[in-house]
Write a new protein. Structure first.
Length: 333
């Protein structure tokens, strides 16, 4: 169970009362500001459990039946949302801890004016603004103030940096470059009345999973290797367009929710919209200008057919990848 997430949820409940647990959108809004360092799957599982009304269910269940109820609700969350069972169990434990454990603790730190429970680090009661005596915390801010949006903006940037440049991402770049190069160089698609390549499909998929940095580098390096292998290194400028395409598709990777196993029809729609927009900007607006300069004839209709085919196949691959990682995570429970 994530103690940090539990502490933040306790603070939200302390400020808003536990009725906020019946409003998952508001809780999600708080978490987006206050829990940026908490892993996304844990926040997702919590919000999903609130959307199912599990907080109210736990409150209505008699104490002797609570453990059995938590197990059944965790199983339901696992089956209906495809989340890892262990994660679902931890989420229900967290909810129960927030709803019941805190209430059972000895309340020896109460506000003398309003009688409400205070956190150790508080020096001012957030409910009635009365100064708190005998506290070990030197700060004059409440816990929620310490976790404000402004205070966490740097942390979000650091997390994004870690995620975009992690060892896993670097490994993915190496694998992506190899696959895109091989498929561009040796495996082409000639179907219907147009010509395409698996390479751009793989670039789209890797960009959607690993983000803009991976997309940009995979597109650029693989194309450089491709033209060098043909002895046409002077055409390296073309690699910039593949890199920009990978960058554009990858820029919205968080919205696809592939790594969290939430790539559904809504995310597929977003993914395809971004691909269409990126295709228009890179290949329809920018690329023809340069292609005319070097004497290359750009055929818009052929490109539309090719892009539609590549987009559809890329979406199917992402659906397959999502199902595989979900099953693997469930096996590790």
């Amino acid at each position: 169970m994530n103690i940090e997430l539990q502490d933040i949820l306790n603070q939200i409940v302390a400020e808003q009362s536990d009725t906020i647990l019946s409003e998952p959108k508001r809780v999600s809004s708080f978490l987006s500001d206050l829990a940026r360092e908490v892993p996304k799957p844990q926040k997702t599982a919590l919000i999903k459990s609130l959307e199912h009304g599990f907080a109210k269910t736990l409150k209505d269940v008699p104490a002797p039946e609570r453990n059995t109820c938590k197990q059944k609700l965790a199983q339901k969350l696992n089956e209906e949302e495809g989340l890892e069972l262990k994660l679902c169990e931890e989420t229900l434990e967290l909810l129960a801890a927030v709803l019941f454990s805190e209430k059972q603790k000895k309340k020896d730190n109460l506000c003398k004016n309003c009688g409400k429970e205070l956190q150790k680090e508080w020096t001012i009661c957030p409910y009635c603004r009365t100064e708190v005596e005998n506290t070990s915390s030197p700060s004059n801010e409440t816990a929620l103030q310490k976790l404000s949006l402004a205070d966490n903006s740097d942390k979000l940037g650091n997390n994004l940096k870690i995620s975009l440049f992690s060892k896993r991402t670097i490994l993915a770049i190496g694998i992506g470059v190899s696959l895109v190069f091989v498929f561009n160089r040796f495996v082409n698609i000639s179907t219907f009345d147009f010509f395409s390549s698996y390479g751009i499909i793989i670039l789209s998929v890797f960009s959607a999973i690993f983000g803009p940095v991976a997309g940009f580098l995979i597109g650029f390096i693989s194309d450089i290797l491709f033209y060098l292998s043909w002895g046409a290194g002077e055409l390296w400028i073309w690699a910039v367009f593949s890199a920009l395409y990978g960058l554009g598709v990858g820029a919205f990777w968080k919205y696809y929710k592939v790594e969290s196993g939430e790539f559904r029809m809504k995310q597929a729609f977003i993914f395809n919209c971004i691909q269409i927009l990126t295709n228009i900007i890179v290949w329809v607006v920018i690329f023809p200008i340069f292609s005319n300069l070097i004497g290359y004839t750009f055929n818009l209709m052929d490109h539309i057919k090719r892009a539609s085919f590549e987009s559809a196949l890329g979406t199917l691959l992402l659906f397959g990848y999502t199902k595989i990682i979900t099953k693997v995570r469930n096996l590790k429970k």
